[in-house]
Design a protein around this ligand. Sequence first.
Ligand SMILES: Cc1cc2nc3c(=O)[nH]c(=O)nc-3n(C[C@H](O)[C@H](O)[C@H](O)COP(=O)(O)OP(=O)(O)OC[C@H]3O[C@@H](n4cnc5c(N)ncnc54)[C@H](O)[C@@H]3O)c2cc1C
Length: 233
Amino acid sequence: MMTPNYIIVNQDGKRFCNEAGVDFHGFIYAVNQLDGVKHRYPAIPCYIVMDEAGRLAGRPTHFKYGYAAGIEGYHWSADSSAEIKSGIVKKADTLEELAKMIKAPAENLKAQVARWNKDIKAGADTEFGRKIKKTGKSAFAGTDVPTLFAPLSEKGPYYAIECYPALLNTQGGPKRDAKACVMDVYNRPIPHLFAAGELGSIWGSIYQGSSNVCEALVYGQIAGASAAAEKPL
Ligand SMILES: Cc1cc2nc3c(=O)[nH]c(=O)nc-3n(C[C@H](O)[C@H](O)[C@H](O)COP(=O)(O)OP(=O)(O)OC[C@H]3O[C@@H](n4cnc5c(N)ncnc54)[C@H](O)[C@@H]3O)c2cc1C
């Protein structure tokens, strides 16, 4: 987000993470919370909620990245006016109205905004420890993503953007050993079966920026050498 005037809430109208503290490669870890009782993922989708100052502060997204920008050539308008028109950004005069639009309990959303504003004024995010002082440059691409200074406005309009996690990488797949041999469920190498690259990636537990291509090259060579060294069954 390019503005401090926002929070991200789940379908219950509640914050669920430090919105400014999650690297975008790893946002799935923040939203991937299963509500085992109701069998649902309350943060998929989740909602960016911002006020008028937030909207006018700039695009709510890194507009040069992602499938829509990079592949489809879509460019988010500077003040989100085009997206309000198209309905991607929902606009409401009050928090009650906005809650209705995102189908969240209005009392929760109002209580969340009130708590957030109280926290900012008191100087600490007591829920998730989001930094509330301006920290300058963000680690991402040198952009100056402001941390928050301002509480959300007491007056509308307010805006909400529905968000879903998008897959950049899958990383899952069969486990392999140091010779790139695929392991069976008992952790024994399966003869003549090798894997490399993102399938069964060694970075399965967490995305390591830029390490995938390197892994594909390294494991591709290992798998090729291992396969060439195999004797026919
Ligand atoms: C937007 C984006 C940005 C990325 N940025 C980076 C980055 O900066 N640095 C980095 O290291 N990594 C990056 N990655 C990840 C990296 O590109 C991938 O991890 C890597 O390309 C995976 O290589 P691979 O050979 O394992 O798989 P793939 O490149 O997915 O190759 C699999 C191939 O198998 C083919 N295939 C599928 N099914 C079949 C079938 N049944 N029969 C025959 N062929 C089949 C597919 O068509 C495909 O050509 C990025 C990925 C994305 C999507």
